[in-house]
Every structure is written in C-alpha cells, then in structure tokens.
Design a protein around this ligand. Structure first.
Ligand SMILES: C[S@@+](CC[C@H](N)C(=O)[O-])C[C@H]1O[C@@H](n2cnc3c(N)ncnc32)[C@H](O)[C@@H]1O
Length: 302
C-alpha cells in the first residue's frame, strides 16, 4: 500500500497550517485531499471540530483514514458550497486548496499525465468527466489547440505545435503518449525536452480538467462559505492560476477589475495577510523538487 509520503509530499506544510490560524472548535475545508498530507496535519490540531476533505479522484479518496472529524467528499470542488450546505457546515473557519495534481497522479503512469509512460492520453482526474485528452487532441481545431498551448503551457511555439498535431492526426491515430511525442517531434527541443514536454502535458491536463474554470467557480464560493475573519489558503503551481488567486484576493474577482463604492473604498471580500507571495525555501526544494513552482497566498475574509 502507498504511504502518504510516497503518494504525495505535502508542500509548504508548516506555512499552510500556520496560515489557517486554526481556532477552537473550528470547521475547515481541504479542497484538494490528495494523499491527505495537509489534512493529517490539520487534524493533528485537536481544536479542529470537523475537516471536510474534497477530491474528485477516487484514488485519492482511498487515502482516507478513520477519524470522526474527517468528512470525505468525493467530488469536484466546484460544488463545494452545495456539499457544505448538505452537511450543514456553512460558515467555515478556513479553506485550504493545494491546486493541480499529486505526485501519485503523475507517477502512477496509467492516465497519460506524464510523457514518461506510454499510456492512453486520458488525463482526467475524475474518471466520469466528459472529455479526455484524446478528444482534445483529435477534435479541437488548430486555433483551439494553439490557445491551450499558449495560455496553459506558456509555450512560444504554440501555433507550430498545434499545426504539427493537426497534420499528424490527418494520417495517423493519435491516442497514446507515444503518438503525441511522435506528432510533436519536430517541435521538441533536443536540449531541455523535459521542461518543454512538461509544459505540453500540463497544458492538456489543465484543459481536460477545466482547471481554470473550476478555480474561478471555487474562489467565488469561498467568498460565500467563509465566516468573517475566516482564512483562505491557496497554493498554485501555474502563473495563470496564481494570477487568478492574487486578483481574487486583491479585487474580489479573478479578472483583477478594481471596483469601488461611492466613497472610493475598494469593494472586495478578502484582505491579503502577506504583502508578498510565499514560496518554498531551499531546504524544502532539496527534499521535494516538485515544490519548486509552488506559490502560496493567504487571505482573511472581511
Ligand atoms: C496537489 S494534490 C493535493 C495534495 C494534498 N494536499 C496532500 O498533501 O497530499 C491535488 C489534488 O487535488 C485534486 N483536485 C484537483 N482539482 C480538483 C477539483 N477541481 N476538485 C476536486 N479535487 C481536485 C487532485 O485530484 C489531487 O488529488
């Protein structure tokens, strides 16, 4: 059986727990349970009354353990408010989200999340989700594919990549990791292919799982379910996600549109706790290189 640390090492664990500022009989949400690393640490604090732990991936849910204070919700966090309402848990004292995918999801090698394993290009965290990466690669037109690689992969040669895929699929089956690597061989740099391919696969994964759309829905619900002075603790691994979180905290919307009342006061629901974004220190990066792109933002509900 997987141990928690082989499933996923929790990133900036101490900083996340401190940021939640746990209160007596507090009710908390871990929106991304994964290997349960952060959840375990939250529940180590006996002041916690309940922890509602969400994950859309059935495999992650297998990491749960017996604790009457741990309530598991095997769904997408875009429905957080609905499930918290069902459990009569609103308002809550704090919400933690550690976005993206776990080490387990990347390393298990059955869903095509990584270019290292030749699997069918599924990439769905929730196996009941409607579209998979095979669909995206075969059905999206060149403009659609270009915008995914540009926005979610931040790839300069997004148009050429999309062009290679469209040409390849016209005469070949495009279903597996090996097919995709073949399709984009001409665009893949000889040096630094690791970084390039990670971005290609990340872009497809973000699209398949509608990660940006879900994040926006989720953040707006955080506004509704947190009590005043409740804490919002979000860790992201992608600049677009981090921009959404930062904008949301500072302006109350993911677009970063500043809105003011008649007296010139900012209309927003949160105040940031720290002036600067928090990143892992060097010691953590030595122990867990996967933490390198993590950015932590903390806010308090007004
Ligand atoms: C980075 S891992 C979390 C790891 C966890 N903090 C730990 O310490 O083990 C992200 C988890 O969030 C889940 N996830 C991502 N997006 C989700 C969403 N929209 N709804 C529910 N779960 C989601 C993934 O399935 C994955 O298990």
């Amino acid at each position: 059986m997987e141990t928690m640390s082989s499933y996923h090492i929790p990133v900036m664990a101490t900083q996340c727990i401190e940021a939640l500022a746990i209160t007596q009989s507090g009710v908390y949400v871990d929106a991304t349970f994964g290997g349960g690393g952060h959840a375990k640490l939250i529940l180590e604090d006996k002041k916690v009354k309940f922890l509602y732990a969400i994950d859309q991936d059935d495999d992650a849910i297998k990491n749960k353990w017996d604790d009457p204070r741990l309530v598991i919700i095997n769904h997408n966090f875009r429905y957080m408010k609905h499930f918290l309402k069902y459990h009569k848990a609103i308002p809550v004292d704090g919400i933690l989200a550690d976005l993206g995918i776990s080490s387990f999801q990347i390393n298990e090698g059955t869903k095509g999340f990584s270019y290292r394993f030749n699997e069918r290009l599924d990439m769905r965290m929730d196996k009941a989700a409607e579209i998979d990466a095979v669909y995206v690669l075969n059905e999206y037109n060149q403009e659609g594919l270009t915008s995914i690689f540009r926005e979610f992969g931040e790839l300069k040669n997004a148009w050429q990549l999309a062009d290679s895929i469209v040409k390849y699929r016209a005469g070949n089956s495009l279903e597996t990791v090996a097919d995709l690597l073949n399709a984009i061989k001409a665009q893949t740099p000889k040096m630094g292919d690791y970084a390039f391919l990670s971005k290609v696969f990340q872009a497809l994964r973000i699209e398949v799982n509608n990660e940006i759309g879900n994040l926006e829905l989720f953040l707006n619900q955080c506004k509704e379910v947190l009590k005043p002075k409740g804490r919002l603790v979000i860790m992201s691994y992608h600049s677009l996600e981090d921009r959404y979180v930062k904008n949301f905290i500072n302006t109350g919307n993911c677009e970063g549109e500043v809105k003011k009342d008649g007296f010139g006061n900012l209309i927003r629901s949160f105040i940031p706790i720290h002036k600067k974004v928090i990143v892992p220190d060097e010691n953590e990066l030595i122990l867990n290189p996967r933490a390198r792109s993590a950015k932590l933002r903390v806010a308090e509900k007004i």
